[in-house]
Write a protein that binds this ligand. Structure first.
Ligand SMILES: NC(=O)c1ccc[n+]([C@@H]2O[C@H](COP(=O)([O-])OP(=O)(O)OC[C@H]3O[C@@H](n4cnc5c(N)ncnc54)[C@H](OP(=O)(O)O)[C@@H]3O)[C@@H](O)[C@H]2O)c1
Length: 512
């Protein structure tokens, strides 16, 4: 099969031929104008030490790379704006001048909140992708159907694709990366996880010499915003959610965020990248934040914890390889790397840095076997933060067009074909359990008996005083136990006549 181009000339990328200040770019068909000041070119020997002044002959170094932006919404608009603001800076750093040659939207009549030449705007993504002048395709349409179709079309045409679409990658990543590999091109996805935090680059390149033994992520800004306010205001989930929707921090349909699926998609992408086998998120356990109450915030606080929606990825103890074979997944022979992955409300010790990640911010805490513990923090979503990640991918894609993507660490290296997620029931953790019980003698003993029968120890108990015969909360901190044992015990506890209402169960993370 024909392979994608691996040099400027083979990719049809022309030197910039405009005047000495590079000011006028584009083919005359209309373009997003990036006015460039007098430029300096990267010093080819020590690019970080000094720049060379542009000379009359320097256009042969500067290349123009045409970018089709499919999706002109929040992120697409941010990318056009970012190129307008910092196109000249990027050109001086990279020797590449980006030119937006298409902006594809659903409704071309809609008034846009960014400046774009109307001649570039269309609804025809096929034309944008197949345009021989398009060198890089940026998918910012969202969703699965059109997005999958257009990403595959671009990759099959040998064109690099940049995407921010975590849902698409989570569902179809394996297929898309295979299509890119087959055509010798590349799929870039920095913007799909944690917005402005360059965590994909960290895992792919900076920590390439490490086995990633632990990864903890606060990866959904909406959930973190809601939980932070619930904690500080002791307010109900529904109340804060409604306010977050008014302020634009939560979607009209918040399910993807508050039920944990958005964080699950991102955690799955990080797990796949860190562990080198494609992680099927359907095999992982996910719980959202709807069941967290101000009461839980209060008791967690009394016990020294803050509640966060945490994505947790852990490699299992190498001493348990045989168990892996007993848990085959989807017919694959198992025996390689065993990884646990969960996304759920989690009690984080207040002394741990992840407890202080507040509001819409995201953070990823990564432990490598060589580097130790590292922390990455920033805005996990939003127009500019996400656009910044897309710009970074554009720079990599442009350089890969010159040298070929094979010179870099692949975007997804399947180095652990035999790896597998362990089933959710086998994941071991400590837990916080809140029950609503009738205030009468012997209740705690009955609950403790059921827990003991399932080999679950209790590390501490809070039982506020109530009125005899009335309902009171009973909070138990449970020692490490497999989730299946905890679920079994919970089923028994629910049946006790002294237990009223739905128990709340959250993981407790020790960061060991
Ligand atoms: N927003 C964020 O903070 C953020 C952060 C990280 C990742 N992402 C991801 O980035 C992607 C884009 O998100 P967004 O927030 O920018 O979405 P958005 O504001 O809804 O924008 C989507 C854009 O795609 C266009 N579009 C939708 N369907 C189309 C179709 N079938 N054909 C042509 N154009 C189509 C829309 O056109 P119209 O404008 O005409 O409707 C709109 O311009 C998503 O995958 C999202 O998950 C977003």
């Amino acid at each position: 099969m024909e392979r994608a181009a691996a040099s400027w000339d083979a990719a049809g990328i022309e030197p910039v031929r405009s005047g000495p200040n590079w000011g006028s770019v584009g083919s005359g068909r209309g373009h997003s104008v990036v006015q460039l000041p007098a430029l300096t070119l990267p010093n080819p020997v020590f690019p970080f030490v000094a720049n060379l002044p542009a000379t009359a002959t320097s256009p042969s170094f500067m290349r123009q790379v045409n970018v089709a932006i499919l999706g002109g919404g929040t992120v697409g608009g941010g990318v056009v704006e970012g190129l307008g603001r910092n196109g000249a800076l990027m050109a001086s750093r990279l020797g590449v001048q980006f030119r937006v040659n298409h902006v594809v939207v659903r409704d071309p009549k809609k008034v846009r909140d960014f400046e774009v030449d109307p001649r570039l705007v269309s609804t025809d993504w096929r034309r944008a992708v197949s345009d021989p002048e398009t060198h890089i395709v940026v998918e910012l349409v969202g969703g699965m159907t059109t997005a999958r179709e257009l990403v595959l079309a671009a990759l099959r045409a040998g064109k690099p694709v940049v995407t921010a679409n975590k849902a698409l990658l989570s569902a179809h990543g394996e297929e898309l990366f295979a299509a890119a590999r087959e055509r010798g091109t590349c799929l870039y996805y920095e913007a799909s996880v944690a917005g402005g935090i360059p965590i994909i680059k960290v895992l792919r390149e900076a920590l390439v010499g490490n086995r990633i033994t632990r990864l903890y992520g606060i990866l959904n800004g909406t959930c973190n915003y809601i939980l932070t306010r619930m904690q500080s205001e002791r307010a109900e989930f529904a109340e804060i959610l409604a306010d977050a929707q008014k302020l634009g921090y939560a979607e009209a349909d918040p399910a993807l965020d508050v039920d944990g699926h958005d964080a699950l998609h991102k955690t799955g992408i990080l797990a796949s990248l860190a562990h080198g086998f494609w992680v099927d998120v359907d095999d992982a356990s996910v719980e959202g934040i709807r069941q967290v109450t101000p009461l839980d915030m209060e008791f967690a606080g009394r016990l020294g914890y803050t509640i966060k929606l945490l994505g947790v990825i852990k490699t299992m103890d190498a001493s348990a390889p045989d168990k892996a074979k007993s848990s085959p997944r989807k017919g694959k022979v198992r025996g390689g790397m065993r990884v646990s992955m969960v996304v759920c409300p989690t009690l984080v010790p207040n002394r741990h840095v992840m407890a202080s990640v507040a509001g819409v911010f995201n953070a990823v805490y990564v432990r490598g076997d060589v580097v130790g513990d590292t922390l990455y923090y920033g805005r996990g979503a939003g127009r500019s933060a996400t656009a910044s990640a897309v710009l970074s991918d554009l720079a990599d894609a442009a350089h890969d067009l010159k040298s070929g993507p094979h010179l870099r660490v692949p975007p997804f290296a399947s180095h652990e074909e035999d790896g597998a997620l362990i089933p959710a029931g086998e994941v071991v953790s400590a837990h916080y359990l809140r029950l609503s019980v009738t205030d009468r003698p012997g209740v705690l003993a009955r609950v403790a008996t059921i827990l003991a029968r399932n080999q679950i120890g209790i590390s501490s108990v809070i039982q506020p005083e109530g009125h005899e015969g009335g309902s009171v909360p009973l909070i138990l901190m449970l020692h490490d136990a497999p989730r299946s044992a905890v679920d079994r015990a919970l089923a028994g506890i629910r049946r006790l006549p002294v237990v009223a209402g739905e128990p709340a169960l959250f993981r407790v993370e020790t960061f060991d």
